[in-house]
Design a protein around this ligand. Structure first.
Ligand SMILES: [Zn+2]
Length: 74
């Protein structure tokens, strides 16, 4: 572990960046239109209410909430 100066973690910002939808490791999203609601829509976490874009080919119940780990639903 590179920890020398104590000037804070390098690269790891607090709360920003990862897991917020950007930079998907698996191909990412193809189109990003303003009208996301429609054919695809969103998946919603029944526990905490977190929403994420529904990906084609992946049913909502196959996804897990990145926040609380619950099974996503529509
Ligand atoms: Zn959740």
């Amino acid at each position: 572990m590179p920890r020398g100066d104590g000037t804070g973690p390098s690269g790891a910002g607090p709360g920003t960046g990862r897991g917020l939808g950007r930079g998907g490791s698996s191909g990412g999203r193809g189109k990003m239109g303003g009208q996301g609601l429609g054919s695809g829509g969103e998946c919603v976490c029944p526990k905490c209410g977190y929403r994420m874009t529904h990906q084609l080919g992946t049913p909502c119940y196959d996804l897990k909430c990145p926040k609380c780990g619950a099974q996503m639903t529509r």
